[in-house]
Design a protein around this ligand. Structure first.
Ligand SMILES: [Zn+2]
Length: 109
């Protein structure tokens, strides 16, 4: 497995880490997933990694090289897209919880 530190300029295109609010310091990871393909993804400086839950969001790369393009793709997909997916899931779960609470309250009455 290869890793490479990533330091970005101030930006608005990379989503903030839900744990620590960072969107500039990451560690890019590259790991062989099968014989002729690698997974590339990024991990926040605090260790938060959305792809531990959503490993499908890791970027498949033939060389697995952590060059500028590889890192950029990983930031946009394995970080931004994965975080959006997690947000969507949470948003979908919220009304369900509220519904359950309503039912419970109704039952108590
Ligand atoms: Zn973080």
């Amino acid at each position: 497995m290869f890793t490479r530190p990533v330091l970005l300029k101030k930006n608005k295109s990379i989503l903030k880490c839900p744990k620590c609010g960072n969107n500039r310091r990451f560690e890019a990871h590259s790991d062989h997933c099968c014989e002729d393909s690698c997974d590339v993804w990024v991990v926040c400086k605090c260790g938060y990694d959305p792809t531990t839950e959503l490993w499908g969001y890791r970027v498949e790369s033939v060389m697995g090289s952590l060059d500028l393009n590889g890192v950029q793709e990983a930031l946009l997909y394995s970080w931004n897209e994965a975080l959006r997916e997690l947000e969507n899931r949470q948003a979908k779960n919220t009304p369900k919880v509220a519904e359950n609470m309503l039912n419970k309250q109704g039952g108590d009455l």
